[in-house]
Every structure is written in C-alpha cells, then in structure tokens.
Write a protein that binds this ligand. Structure first.
Ligand code: ADP
Ligand code: MG
Length: 259
C-alpha cells in the first residue's frame, strides 16, 4: 500500500515545489514506485521536471473535475524514474468551481488517488501556497504532511496556521492524517539567522524535524529551468546530496513505522 505525502505550507517560496520534485526523484532513484501530483495552478513542479502540458491537454484539473482516472492522465518519465500527474493554468479556476459542489468537494483527489495507491510506494503532492480547497483536497487525500520551513525571518509564521488547518482536516475529513516531518530549507550555515531558525524549529518540533536539512544551493534554483531534477542536473552538488539524504531518511522512517 502506497503512502501519500502532501508537501504543504501556505507560505510561498519556502521550497515546497523544489522538495516535491527532488524528493520524488530521489525516492524514484532508490527504486521506489513514485507518483508526483502537481496540485498548484502555477504548474512549477510540472515545468521543473520537463513535463509541461498545454491547456488543451489532460491535467490534474480533469482528474479532479471530470470522470478521468490517474491512469488516463499520468505521464511516465524515465529520468527521473517517476510518474507525474501534471498541472497547468486550467487548475486556477478549480477552486471556485469546486466550492459550488454540494457534497464531497474535499474528497475529489482522495477518491482518485485511492484507486492507484496500491501501484505506488509513495505518492507526493505538491500543494499550492494558500489554504484553499485544493489544499484541503491534498490534506484529505494524504496519509501525512511534510512541512518545508525556510530558514528565514518569520519562519514559523504560517506554520501555526497550517497546524490549525491540519487539525481541522483531521476532525472533519481525515482523522488519520499525521505530520510526516518538518524540513528545514535554504539553510545557510554562514548566517547566524539560519542557525537560530534551525534551533528554534528543532526546539518547537523536536524529533519531527528531519536530520537532513536542505542548504541554500544555486544549482537547486537552476535545475528547473532545464526541466531536470537536481539528480540529472548535477548529481554531485550539495543540493543533490541533501535531497538524496532526505529520500533515504523518509524511506528509513517509513520502514520503522511499518515494523
Ligand atoms: P514554493 O513551492 O514553496 O513556492 P519553491 O520550491 O518554488 O517554493 O522555491 C522558491 C524559489 O527558491 C524557487 O526559485 C527555487 O528554485 C528556489 N529554491 C528553493 N529551494 C532552494 C535552495 N535550497 N537553494 C536555492 N534556491 C532554492
Ligand atoms: Mg510551489
């Protein structure tokens, strides 16, 4: 049975997409069957992995709003070895359309992903930066959430709000939802601020914070413009090492939980 992990934080620019894409790739290279679901109308994960689809083509929008299945829409990539359900700008209208549904509007994604859960070891959902109905769909479909926290001023701002949302989703739609882990991103060891934020986040979330942290690394910013994960773009850079280490840590923790 696959594990569905939402990468969520309503703050923009904290590394959700970078983490979704490179964690999915890292897990794929560790021989896991992986599906990456792009749930952001901006489609950054889709573009960043070189899987763009035009507005006239099937995307996650059709999966949510129409009768299509994941099998109809997913694309299979070879490097990295993962499947992706792509997003494009069509998704921007989905939130408003969904609001009008009488029942089940929070469970649209869950219903579709449950059909293919058995085919995968991990399903990674890249969430949009807002606490919208799309995000609720992600949290309702997910078994757990990874929260990327940028090592910057006000790092924990927004996380409090996300934790409240998670609690609400637990009460209303998904009582089994848990926090998979908190991930420190864009860490810069040369700045005192990064060090302080790291300490603060570890104090607050204790052992739920991954041992792996993601350094600020120029290559991580460049790779998406080539439509590559960090492992194709520059497998030896610090960013690649960090995401490889994160993928291993995620696998290790899930083995432990199963045992
Ligand atoms: P989000 O999805 O939360 O909005 P992104 O993953 O798109 O955040 O990251 C925001 C920007 O920062 C992007 O331009 C991305 O390429 C860049 N970025 C993300 N992580 C890193 C990192 N560790 N080092 C350098 N740049 C990064
Ligand atoms: Mg993003």
């Amino acid at each position: 049975m696959g594990k569905i992990i939402a990468i969520s934080n309503q703050k923009g620019g904290v590394g959700k997409t970078t983490t979704s894409l490179n964690l999915a790739a890292g897990l794929g290279y560790l021989n896991n069957k992986v599906l990456l679901v792009d749930l952001d109308p901006q489609g950054n994960a889709t573009q960043g992995i070189g899987a763009s689809v035009g507005e006239d083509k099937l995307s996650v929008y059709n999966l949510l709003m129409e009768d299509y299945t994941v099998a109809d829409i997913r694309k299979t990539l070879t490097s990295p070895p993962i499947d992706i359900v792509p997003a494009n700008i069509s998704l921007a209208g989905a939130d408003l359309q969904m609001v009008r549904f009488e029942v089940g509007k929070e469970e649209l994604l869950k219903n579709k992903l449950d059909q293919v859960k058995d085919e995968y070891d991990f399903i990674i959902i890249d969430c949009p930066p807002s606490l919208s109905l799309l995000n609720t769909n992600a949290l309702t479909a997910a078994d757990s959430v990874i929260i990327p926290v940028q090592c910057e001023y006000y790092a924990l701002e927004g996380v409090t709000q996300l934790l409240l949302t998670i609690r609400l989703v637990q009460q209303l739609f998904n009582k089994n939802l848990v926090i998979e882990g908190v991930l420190l991103t864009m860490y810069d060891a040369r700045t005192r601020l990064s060090v302080e934020v790291q300490q603060e986040v570890r104090q607050h979330f204790k052992d739920r914070v991954y041992k792996t942290y993601i350094p600020r690394n120029i290559k991580l910013g460049e790779a998406p413009s080539r439509g590559q994960s960090i492992f194709e773009y520059d497998v030896r850079c610090e960013g690649a090492k960090a995401y490889a280490s994160l993928a291993k840590e995620v696998v290790r923790m899930n083995k432990k939980k199963k045992a």
